[in-house]
Design a binder for this molecule. Sequence first.
Ligand code: G1P
Length: 286
Amino acid sequence: MAKRVRKAVFPVAGLGTRLLPATKSIPKEMVTIVDRPLIQYAVDEAREAGVEQLIFVTGRGKSALVDYFDQAYELEATLKAKGKSLDPIEPSNARFGEVVSVRQQQPLGLGHAVWCARHIVGDEPFAVLLPDELMLGKPGCLAQMVEAYDRVGGNIVAALEVPDSETHKYGVIDPGATDGRLTEIRGMVEKPASGTAPSNLMLPGRYILQPDVMRALDAQETGAGGEIQLTDAMAKVIGTQPFHAYRFDGERYDCGSAAGFVIANVAVAMQRGDVAPAVRDFISSR
Ligand code: G1P
């Protein structure tokens, strides 16, 4: 039986330049989708999948992210004193001792960010979630992947189709045989030059990885854009252990850009009974 996935790494040290000026003073993961910060959705997704330890790889100016998961005593006391509901501050979904943070002191790439968590992850399988990729599904994307992982073990990454004109922006897989939602992976490449991608199946930022991938990152080799790439480390273990892509049942929103953020807000708003009617009325009036 595959060893359980108990730990998840959230690389959250990025500068969020595509969301300036908001990200001058708040982490992009704290920008809200309706009324919850983006990080909340990723953490909820991980918790739903059975993850127990949430490892944030942060950097300078990102402490609001870790603070968010603290108990807010003053706020609680004030709300209580005023007889107001505590519900709005309840959902952080992290219990005592489950949030850990490490620093990525230099922006050397996604692979480097994940590697910064190596001592906390230790010698066991782990998940990686990129919070600016919002995945909406029931069950959530990582929970669906864990269900597949329990059957086939090894490494599993989410993959989804994008138009050929977009593959150069992402990690892209070279697919082998497909069985249901699972496709064997023969290779993968980070940000292939236009016209050279092995397929149009990109990696939207959900991973279940074996410790061998962490060890592959020890080499600190640079790849696309001069950065240490997670995709390159994953590519190294293909062929030595099972490696599958999982086509998740749900929707993906790229919240790293202004338009993506607005679209994600509308999508989530439409699913929320408390805000959907007003938003729908407004949009149809335009
Ligand atoms: C990162 C990964 C890439 C993945 C993408 C998803 O790229 O390196 O493989 O497809 O996230 O958003 P970045 O967006 O950091 O350049």
